[in-house]
Design a protein around this ligand. Structure first.
Ligand code: KG4
Ligand code: ZN
Length: 345
């Protein structure tokens, strides 16, 4: 069985850039080793609107991109002349936000006369486990949970992705974010819900978990509506901690149930948890406990590699650059792209 250790990574120092949504990030990697991973977050900017405003995000990326790249090189102990290649998120995401990173990557590649490669954002999340889990099998099931995605992917190997299940409406992260907004906990909501839930009773409020029966798909729109109704019915009497704990429990339990159904269906003995929602401690603990019980290998990235960051884009771009993949200067920023769009065969 091949593991992460068997994969060949780019032999020269690599610069990676990510700007698909509301984080401007740059990283320097040497093989699987992350030398720097600088993230300029726009949370403060967007929190006043309660969500990401695309136009404002693009402008903030324009301001941040050069200082962030410069800082990543400095912390990584490299000059641009030491860098042998660039990995850049070019899909999917906010098109204006993506364009800032793609343009910067092209300019840097041109001036340094080095190759660059457009990377699928979700492949970045999928490869975020490569940094630390060298004995993890290359074939595994991945639960990808973020602000925009809830997907179960059968990873047969790097660049071989098959969708097992996905959300038919909203993403798990959106359910966290919407719940937090309704409870007045601010934006983004995942961490706020997790913190409020610590002292709460998860059984206090009964919330729906979407699709019934044996399925590997998800639906979170009913949960969002139920949270709205709960806050309307309870009004000021609502117990914020109990509501947060109940919401978190609803999301974690349905993600766990469907994930292990996917494990049973595929017969695969390894599971990874990736994406921004993978930072949720309750979800990490629940999946870990269930995996242990069943003898399934389990990998989850460090917290800093869960939410959007350039290091994960570097990890995904690295093995691809090493096998000779290159982008041309006509590389476009694409708002939509499914994960199988990243398949190599
Ligand atoms: O991967 P990510 O940074 O951006 C996308 O690609 O969408 O994910 C952001 C999402 C947000 O919905 C945020 O609320 C959620 O990840 N998140 C969490 C936690 N930290 C971030 N959700 C639950 N618990 C957390 N601790
Ligand atoms: Zn993401």
């Amino acid at each position: 069985m091949s593991t992460v250790r068997d994969l060949s990574f780019f032999s020269k120092p690599l610069l990676a850039i990510e700007s698909s949504c509301d984080e401007t990030s740059a990283a320097v990697l040497v093989g699987r080793d992350i030398r720097s991973n600088v993230i300029a977050s726009q949370i403060e900017l967007h929190s006043k609107w309660g969500g990401v405003v695309p136009e404002a995000a693009s402008r903030a990326h324009v301001e941040a991109i050069v200082p962030v790249v410069r800082e990543a090189l400095e912390i990584g102990g490299m000059a641009l002349s030491d860098i042998g290649g660039i990995a850049i998120t070019n899909r999917p995401g906010l098109v204006g936000a993506l364009s800032v990173g793609v343009t910067a990557a092209k300019a840097l590649a041109m001036s340094a006369n080095i190759p660059f490669l457009g990377v699928h954002h979700l492949e970045g999340h999928l490869c975020s486990i490569f940094a630390e889990h060298e004995h993890f099998p290359l074939e595994h099931v991945a639960l990808v949970v973020s602000g925009g995605h809830t997907e179960l992917v059968h990873v047969q190997g790097p660049g071989q992705y098959h969708l097992i299940g996905s959300t038919i409406d909203d993403a798990a992260g959106e359910a966290f974010d919407k719940g937090a907004r309704l409870l007045g906990l601010g934006y983004p909501g995942g961490l706020a819900i997790q913190q409020a839930a610590k002292s709460g009773n998860p059984k206090r409020y009964k919330l729906p978990v979407g699709l019934r029966g044996e399925t590997t798909d998800f639906s979170f729109s009913g949960l969002k509506t139920a949270m709205l109704r709960l806050t309307e019915v309870e009004g000021d009497l609502i117990n914020i901690s109990d509501a947060a704990a109940s919401l978190q429990e609803a999301i974690v339990s349905v993600l766990t149930k469907r994930t292990f159904l996917a494990i049973e269906e595929t017969g695969v003995r390894a599971l990874s948890l990736v994406g921004g929602v993978a930072a949720n401690v309750s979800l990490r603990e629940r999946l870990y406990a269930e995996a242990q019980k069943r003898g399934i290998a389990f990998a989850v990235p460090a917290f800093s590699l869960c939410t959007d960051n350039a290091a994960m884009i570097g990890l995904a771009g690295s093995w691809r650059l090493e096998r000779g993949e290159r982008s041309d200067f006509d590389l476009d920023a694409l708002p939509n792209a499914d994960i199988w769009d990243a398949n190599t065969v």
